[in-house]
Design a protein around this ligand. Structure first.
Ligand code: HSE
Length: 378
C-alpha cells in the first residue's frame, strides 16, 4: 500500500514510525506545513501533489478539524483513493456523505481510530453486527474525565486542583470544556449508536450533563454509600427509536466501570445473543491511535471494503430510561422536593426519573444555582 499522510503531528508521526521498515506499507508523501528534516524528501505543502499522484492508493488523514480535511478526503475518494481517518469531527459531520462517495468510487473508508483512540471499538462493533443485534452501546468514552473522577476517589482533592493536574499531564486541554462538559463523549456516542443501530441521531439533542460542578464532598458521600462516580455514556435501542444520554453515574464499587483507572476507557456493547462485551484501553495518544490507523490500512490490504454500517435512517431520540438520581443544590425547588425520597449529606436522592427530564431540569437549574450537581444511580 502506497500511503500519503495528511498531517504529521503526534499521531501522524506515530503512523510513520509504525509503517517504517514494513514491506506492505510505504509512506511516500506527507502533507505538512512546517519543515521536518526527517521527512524532507517526501514532504509537500500542496495537496495536489498527492491527489495527482496515481501511485498513491491510500490517503491517511490525521490533520484534524473539519476544513480542509473534508475537502481533501472528498477529493481523495473521488480520485479513487482509499481513505483512513482518525478525525472524529469529520466522521460525525460527514459520515453518510463520505461513505456514499467511497461506495460510488469503489474504494474503502475506515475510521476505527476516530472513536476510542487505540481501542478496536468500531471494528468490533461492525463484526458483532454481522451476526447479532446490538441493543446497547456506551461506557467510559473519555480519558480526561475518567482521570479526573478516578483521582477524586483515590487521592481526594477538589475538582479544580485535579483538573489542573490533568492539564499539566497533557490530558485536558487549556480550555477543558469539550471533555468535562461531555461534548466529546456525545460525539463518540452518536457515531457509535449510528453504527450499532443503523440510526442517524441528532447529536446535539442527546441529553448531556458534565462533571464541572462535582465536589470532593460529593465523592466522599458516594464512597460512604458504597458507590463510585463515573462519567458514563448510554445509548439503548428502543424499537424504532433510541434512548441516549451522558451523565455522571453512581456505579456499585464492585462494577467493572468502577475499577477503570487513570485516563483509560471502557467501552461496551450488549447484543441479543452474545451479551455484553467490553473493550478496555487507551482512548487517545500517539501509538494507541496510530495503531488503529495502521490496522485499518492492513485491513484494507486484506480486502476489507465494508463501511461499518451500510444503511442508516434518521431515528428519534426517546425518553425511555428512568432511574433514581443524586442531586445537590443550594436552592430549594418544588419539583425536586416532590420527587425526593431520601437525603445523603448535602444531597438528596430522587425516585426514578427519566434521564431526559432530569438532565433538562438540571441544566435549567444551573442558571439559579451554578454549583448544582446531579448523578444518575445505576
Ligand atoms: N480528549 C479525549 C479524551 C480524547 O480525553 O478521551 C480525544 O477524543
Amino acid at each position: 500500500m502506497n500511503i500519503a499522510l495528511l498531517g504529521f503531528g503526534v499521531v501522524g508521526g506515530g503512523i510513520y514510525e509504525l509503517a517504517k521498515g514494513r514491506t506492505d506499507l510505504t509512506v511516500s508523501r506527507v502533507l505538512v506545513r512546517r519543515d521536518i528534516p526527517e521527512i524532507a524528501s517526501i514532504a509537500t505543502r500542496d495537496f495536489n501533489d498527492i491527489l495527482n499522484d496515481s501511485t498513491i492508493d491510500t490517503v491517511v488523514e490525521v490533520m484534524g478539524g473539519l476544513h480542509p480535511a473534508y475537502e481533501y478526503v472528498s477529493a481523495a475518494l473521488q480520485a479513487k483513493k482509499n481513505v483512513v481517518t482518525a478525525n472524529k469531527a469529520l466522521i460525525a459531520a460527514y459520515y453518510t456523505e463520505l461513505t456514499a462517495l467511497a461506495k460510488e468510487n469503489g474504494v474503502a473508508l475506515r475510521c476505527t481510530a476516530a472513536i476510542g483512540g487505540g481501542i478496536p471499538w468500531l471494528h468490533n462493533l461492525e463484526r458483532c453486527k454481522r451476526l447479532d443485534t446490538i441493543t446497547e452501546v456506551g461506557g467510559i468514552m473519555n480519558g480526561t474525565t475518567n482521570f479526573i473522577m478516578d483521582a477524586m476517589h483515590t487521592s481526594p482533592a477538589s475538582f479544580p486542583v485535579i483538573l489542573k493536574k490533568a492539564q499539566e499531564l497533557g490530558y485536558a486541554e487549556a480550555d477543558p470544556s469539550a471533555d468535562i462538559d461531555g461534548d466529546d463523549i456525545r460525539r463518540k456516542l452518536a457515531i457509535s449508536a449510528n453504527i450499532a443501530f443503523d440510526a442517524v441521531l441528532d447529536e446535539e439533542s442527546i441529553p448531556t450533563f458534565g462533571i464541572r460542578t462535582v465536589t470532593d464532598g460529593d465523592i466522599a458521600t458516594f464512597q460512604s454509600h458504597g458507590f463510585v462516580c463515573k462519567m458514563l455514556a448510554t445509548a439503548q435501542k428502543c424499537g424504532e427509536t433510541v434512548c441516549a444520554f451522558i451523565e455522571p453515574t453512581l456505579v456499585d464499587a464492585h462494577d467493572l466501570e468502577a475499577s477503570v483507572p487513570a485516563n483509560y476507557n471502557l467501552i461496551s456493547y450488549t447484543a441479543e445473543k452474545i451479551g455484553r462485551q467490553s473493550f478496555f484501553g487507551q482512548g487517545a495518544g500517539r501509538f494507541p491511535t496510530a495503531s488503529n490507523v495502521v490496522q485499518d490500512c492492513l485491513d484494507i490490504i486484506g480486502g476489507q471494503t465494508s463501511f461499518y454500517t451500510e444503511d442508516m435512517a434518521p431515528a428519534e431520540l426517546e425518553d425511555a430510561v428512568a432511574h433514581p438520581y443524586y442531586v445537590r443544590t443550594a436552592c430549594t425547588d418544588r419539583w425536586l422536593e416532590s420527587i425526593t425520597v431520601d437525603c445523603w449529606d448535602s444531597g438528596v436522592i430522587t425516585s426514578a426519573i427519566s434521564s431526559h427530564e432530569m438532565i433538562r431540569w438540571a441544566k435549567r437549574h444551573l442558571s439559579k444555582d451554578p454549583t448544582c450537581f446531579i448523578a444518575g444511580i445505576r
